[in-house]
Ligand binder design. Structure first.
Ligand SMILES: [Zn+2]
Length: 333
């Protein structure tokens, strides 16, 4: 059955006036597609936008004497939420202190469409604030790439994104405000995250270097490592330590940050195996993790490992912090 009425038609009486932009001295009405009227001042728009400058230079109809003149109306393609933020950025006395990150793509798109360079630059400054970079690194990264807000901001956001739990599995799982990310920038971010994750494994396996006798931790000296080495690493490691390396790498790939190495839970999960509380359970004895064979009779892991692991993690965390600091992000191709 065909309907004679268009369901999207907006009867004029349903129009509302913006609560913020309703000045009696206004000389132009901007009407959004959700039927909200914004009464604004031409000179404000003309100063900020070459598009409005061109539009407002056209001759305006004049009212006959005694006739109440309606303000000229410009029909806008934006909705009222976007228009409110855009206009707030134009009026110095209405500057917003915060714009929700989900609104930023629409406001930026509108600012660019109307050629409002000043507004685009203001939004770039918003994105530089710590509350945006730290809480919404992917959105900041995507918008900084799209609108050329500078390599330093892109790098800052890429670094901050490392601390977010694995947000990059697929383009579709990106937060909506980051979906404008180009495939190249997305790929660059994935590569960067992998490179940063990779710095840890050699430290866990080779530190302190097995050739250095003084200060060697028990996992490089204990007799059990020879019996239980799983052949995966260049130097023999006890099974419990190989398991610890895997667990640590898994946690680090989720949150690529020194704080992961400082997590008491991560260390405790491993050292619990050595506690008397765990005695009698399958994973009780060092070197027997996951049924890889009996521990060597002279195994020293239980005695030294808990203390040495805590010390070791503190040193590794400091080095990870230093190395991550030096990792430069580069947009590929
Ligand atoms: Zn041992």
């Amino acid at each position: 059955m065909a309907s004679t009425e268009s369901p999207t038609a907006q009867p004029p009486e349903e129009r509302v006036l913006s609560e913020i932009f309703n000045s009696s001295t206004a000389d132009l009405t901007l009407r959004t597609h959700d039927a909200v009227d914004f009464r604004v001042h031409r000179y404000v728009l003309v100063m900020a936008s070459t598009v409005f400058e061109g539009m407002c230079s056209l001759p305006q109809p004049t009212a006959a004497a005694g006739e109440k003149q309606e303000l000229p109306v410009v029909q806008m393609g934006e909705d009222s939420h976007t228009m409110t933020r855009l206009l707030m950025l134009l009026y110095p006395d209405k500057h917003p202190t915060h714009i929700d990150v989900t609104m930023l793509p629409d406001v930026l798109r509108a600012a660019e469409k109307y050629d409002m360079h000043g507004v685009v630059a203001q939004l770039g400054n918003f994105l530089r604030r710590a509350d945006y970079v730290q809480k919404h690194p992917l959105e900041v990264f995507a918008l900084a790439c799209q609108y050329n807000f500078g390599d330093d901001l892109i790098e800052l956001a890429a670094k901050a994104s490392l601390r977010q739990v694995s947000p990059l599995k697929t383009l579709g799982s990106l937060p909506p405000a980051a979906r404008g990310l180009s495939a190249g920038a997305y790929h660059g971010l994935l590569v960067y995250r992998q490179k940063c994750t990779n710095i840890l494994l050699p430290m866990l396996v080779n530190w302190p270097h097995p050739d250095v006798i003084v200060g060697k931790p028990v996992w490089h000296t204990c007799i059990c490592r020879l019996k239980t080495n799983n052949g995966k690493y260049s130097s023999p490691l006890p099974s419990w330590y190989a398991d610890h390396v895997e667990r640590t790498m898994a946690a680090f790939s989720q949150v690529v940050d020194a704080s992961t190495l400082r997590s008491p839970n991560l260390i405790a999960t491993t050292t619990y195996q050595f506690s008397p509380l765990a005695a009698g359970t399958a994973a009780a004895a060092p070197g027997v993790a996951k049924g890889r064979g009996k521990p060597a009779a002279s195994c020293n892991c239980a005695e030294s490992a808990p203390y040495e692991l805590v010390k070791f993690h503190a040193v590794v965390a400091d080095e990870v912090e230093r190395q991550l600091d030096r990792m430069k992000f580069q947009l590929l191709g």
